[in-house]
Design a protein around this ligand. Structure first.
Ligand code: BDP
Length: 691
């Protein structure tokens, strides 16, 4: 066993290896994709195009069965229901297999699917599979800045080497496109939602074009985040008022310029009038005015506008209610190439939130979910937290908007609300680190997002199973325990950070580590932990019932009534919706205070179990990735104890109740924890210190 210090040196050395060398090592750069091989398989195609050429090449290299594979483009009359991305695979693995689709893109997805069946041991002798994605647009949002920093990024610098583009093309662009295509992701927003207007200059658009050219054969479209003030800051117009004809003209000309360079450009993502970004409200106009103006510019080219609902201001209204209040009045007023992009929860990517009440509430407006793959609030790239259970929890939540069974998935995928555009977005966790995501297991979250965007009915377990087999080994002695570890990890994180519906009690700004005492007299109240937990001598939690902020009223019946009543509210969300007495009895028979103590303790114990489980897997994993994950789990275990001690000792100053004796004793003093100060950078360099 190597010491922690040695490990750090080991990691540092690795970071400086040249890419060519590191690519062959088990540093995670291969992702879940097959290693370089040449299986020399017999593959034929009846048509030629760039996507088909890649499909043929992938199969030639990696299809290990004797059966020849035939790629066939079918007529719409025969296979119209497959749509542009679907495929059918049929045949026999001894005699011959054919993949049928309407497009080369469909064939490419089919090829990756066949290879996945092979790699995961799921090939049957006779194959008959039809796959059609649930969403049309399956997209990553990169919060990457033009200086190559990444907002809330924990995996190094941005993948996009703006300073070298368009002349120099990093090999990583194609590897990235391939990885996305292998899981069905078909779009990337390249730049941060807090958008720099520069991205729309001719100079940057040529760089964007160079990336788009690499992505195109893989069916990956490029989209951009735009700054609403661009006509003013870039175009020199006196304002950016969406109802000013000159402004609309500026956007139309800009869109034309983009499409001349990138004929299959996807469209715009917009963050407007939120957290200091400009928007139509600067001119007394509405979100609908702004979105429609951009939609009209994009319409002739079939481009779309993804307009974010993450809009809130430091007003007395409960932050969790603001997006709904802001957008419901515009229902039905948006163009059919506008889709409202809504974060999964009403606040901000917490370890657990209820679903946003906007899902289903916009009856005549297209809606899409935005998930966060990067772990801003889930321990950065330090903590192993498998996010498929979180994604599925939102997608499977019943909104009751169209009666029972109106899950968020069915509201957004076109099942219950036929839509021109259906989409789903994930904020990417990639960077230029060798392992792409900063933690080997964080790759599973990118993978899971893609697989669920393709088919949200897959289970978290199936996805983990596939990913583990392709990324590590198919040996069941490894897969079974590793899968259990992954599946337990999200609930463990909720428990050691914010059980029972607590939320946003992170350290201010960095969003890492606990700071439930956080209160900054000059800061925005809605950025402070005390705003969210409201602990006092009587109890803890945010009263969002009719007696409080009445956020419950934004949900449909009967969910509204269930949430309103402490007795029927899902206990996992109790303190999100209620201010509950410390001595209130929960379903477990314990008081709220005792239950909090047990939850935090169980979170810590679960991480200890994860450590043990991982150590037992050493024989099945290459030394490099084994040590990396082991070191990260050590950090996670320390952090979990820190969270538990900070939260219990702080809340105890209100509850004045003892920590039950069978709960691990605190190892920190609250006074010392108050003094801990660090930045995001300190965390990534492992320089934050807890006494
Ligand atoms: C919050 C992040 C902030 C983002 C914002 C957003 O802290 O950096 O800009 O979301 O989604 O989670 O716009």
């Amino acid at each position: 066993m190597i010491s922690y210090k040695q490990l750090k040196i080991h990691l540092l050395t690795l970071a400086f290896l040249p890419l060519s060398l590191s690519a062959s090592a088990e540093n995670g750069s291969r992702l879940w994709l097959p290693a370089n091989a040449n299986a020399n398989a017999q593959v034929s195609a009846d048509k030629k195009n760039p996507a088909i050429a890649i499909a043929v090449q992938e199969l030639q290299r990696h299809w290990k069965n004797v059966a020849p594979v035939k790629l066939v483009i079918a007529s719409a009359k025969k296979a119209g229901n497959l749509g542009s991305d679907g495929f059918a695979i049929s045949g026999n693995i001894n005699a011959g297999v054919s993949i049928t689709a309407l497009t080369g893109q469909g064939l490419l997805y089919g090829a990756y699917h066949l290879l996945r069946l092979q790699a995961t041991g799921a090939l049957t002798e006779n194959i008959s599979v039809t796959e059609i994605p649930k969403y049309q647009v399956r997209i990553l949002n990169h919060w990457d800045n033009l200086d190559r920093s990444v907002e809330r990024g924990y995996a190094g610098r941005s993948l996009w080497e703006w300073e070298k583009l368009p002349g120099e093309i990093s090999p990583r662009y194609e590897e990235y496109a391939r990885a996305n295509a292998s899981i069905g992701i078909n779009g990337s927003v390249l730049n941060n939602v807090n958008a720099n207007p520069q991205i729309l200059t001719g100079e940057y658009l040529r760089k964007v074009k160079a990336i788009a050219d690499v992505f195109r054969p893989y069916g990956l479209k490029v989209y951009l985040s735009v700054n609403f003030a661009s006509p003013k800051t870039l175009g020199g117009l006196p304002d950016a008022d969406p109802l000013n004809g000159e402004v609309a003209k500026w956007w139309s000309a800009k869109v034309k310029e983009i499409y001349a360079l990138i004929p299959d450009f996807g469209g715009f993502l917009v963050k407007a009038n939120s957290e200091g970004q400009s928007g139509p409200q600067d001119y007394g106009r509405t979100h609908a005015d702004g979105a429609n103006m951009l939609a009209d510019a994009l319409k002739p080219y079939k481009g779309i506008v993804m307009w974010r609902a993450f809009v809130y201001n430091p007003t007395p209204e409960d932050r969790a209610k603001q997006a709904y209040s802001e957008f419901v009045p515009f229902d039905g007023q948006l163009r059919d190439n506008v889709i409202i992009q809504i974060k999964n929860g009403p606040v901000d990517f917490q370890p657990r939130e209820p679903f946003s009440p906007l899902f289903g509430a916009l009856q005549r407006t297209q809606e899409m979910v935005e998930f966060q793959i990067t772990q801003e609030y889930l321990g950065f790239s330090n903590h192993l937290v498998y996010l498929a259970p979180l994604f599925k929890e939102t997608l499977g939540s019943d909104t009751y908007a169209n009666g029972q069974g109106s899950t968020v998935a069915k509201i957004t995928d076109g099942t219950l609300r036929p839509a021109k555009v259906t989409a789903i977005a994930g904020v990417a966790n990639t960077g230029d680190s060798a392992s792409w995501c900063g933690h080997h297991f964080a790759q599973a979250n990118w993978y899971a997002f893609g697989r669920l965007a393709w088919n949200h009915e897959l289970t978290s377990e199936q996805i983990a199973d596939e990913w583990l087999k392709m990324t590590f080994t198919s040996d069941e002695n490894f897969v079974k325990p590793a899968k259990e570890l992954m599946l337990a990890s999200r609930e463990a994180c909720v428990d050691y950070m914010m059980p029972l519906g607590l939320h946003h009690i992170f350290s201010f700004n960095a969003h890492y580590g606990p700071q439930p005492w956080g209160y900054f007299p000059d800061g925005r109240p809605d950025w402070m932990p005390v705003y969210y937990h409201r602990a006092d001598a009587a109890g803890v939690g945010f009263d969002r019932t009719a007696a409080g902020s009445n956020a419950v009223a934004q949900y449909f019946s009967p969910l509204r009534e269930q949430l309103s009543d402490v007795a029927t509210c899902d206990e996992r969300l109790l303190l999100w919706f209620h201010h509950v007495a410390w001595t209130h009895k929960l379903k477990s028979g314990r008081t709220l205070w005792d239950e909090l103590c047990y939850r935090y303790d169980s979170g810590v114990r679960e991480v200890r179990n994860m450590q043990k489980a991982w150590d037992r897997l050493e024989p099945y994993v290459d030394a490099e990735r084994f040590a990396d994950v082991q070191a990260k789990l050590q950090v996670q275990a320390k952090d979990a104890v820190w969270w538990k001690d900070a939260c219990l000792l702080y809340f105890q100053t209100f509850s004045k109740l003892p920590i039950p004796y069978d709960v691990e004793r605190p190892v920190h003093r609250l006074d010392d924890l108050y003094k801990v100060f660090f930045t995001q950078d300190d965390v990534l360099k492992n320089n934050y210190c807890i006494k």
